[in-house]
Write a protein that binds this ligand. Structure first.
Ligand SMILES: N[C@@H](CCC(=O)N[C@@H](CS)C(=O)NCC(=O)O)C(=O)O
Length: 199
């Protein structure tokens, strides 16, 4: 979802190839195109780039004019800090709340560890929205948005109680994107179900 979303928002053309998750076979079919047996993977000019953040970094360098990161060095460092914090952390909410675009929203009580994750994410977002005046974390849409997009789905799908008033507003901005709606619509049309993501 993450590279897909930012490519769409920034108007960068690409061809999408969908491969269905199949945990019954441990997704062994992914090995045909992915060195990690995971998606997403980008194929470009004979090059294979894997991992969502690496893919977005690569696209950022290919299209500097699309401003996938903020221009200012210090602001960019801030954006990278939170993008990497997302990429390497928040294991409790990842484990407890699988991303699921088709889930009928209902509340699931968070564990103490998940609560710590949620509070930290809300604090990150509130600080950014206060500092850079929104509507996105760093003013314009950047890789930071894409990195946190799955969290937006989780807050919505599991009806998470949020503490900061800015959280709901930010989620509404993201879920209001045409690209978000397109992804959601496509997900809802999919017939496949990942049993391990049905909480
Ligand atoms: N850090 C990687 C994580 C990739 C990842 O976990 N992808 C999941 C789908 S969202 C996957 O391919 N799972 C298949 C598997 O683990 O067998 C990234 O951000 O691209």
């Amino acid at each position: 979802m993450r590279p897909w979303l930012i490519l769409k928002v920034k108007g960068i053309e690409f061809e999408e190839e969908l491969s269905v998750l199949d945990f019954a076979t441990n997704n062994s079919h992914f090995l045909k195109f992915s060195p990690t047996k995971k998606v997403p993977v980008l194929k470009h000019n004979g090059l294979t780039v894997w991992d969502s953040l690496a893919i977005m970094e690569y696209v950022s360098e290919l299209f500097p004019e699309k401003k996938l990161w903020p221009d200012d060095l210090k602001v960019r460092a801030h954006a990278r800090s939170i993008a990497h914090e997302m990429h390497s952390g928040f294991m409790a909410i990842r484990n407890e709340y699988p991303m699921n675009m088709c889930r009928k929203p209902s509340a699931v009580s968070p564990s103490p560890a998940a609560l710590i994750d949620i509070n930290r994410i809300e604090k990150i977002w509130a600080e950014c929205l206060d500092s850079y005046d929104g509507p996105y974390l760093f003013g314009d849409f950047t890789i930071a948005e894409a990195m946190f997009a799955p969290v937006v789905n989780r807050l919505q799908a599991y009806k998470v109680q949020c503490q900061h008033s800015s959280t709901r507003k930010y989620c509404d901005v993201i879920t209001g994107l045409v690209a978000w709606k397109d992804w959601e619509l496509a997900a809802r049309k999919e017939p496949w179900v990942c049993e391990n993501a049905e909480i």
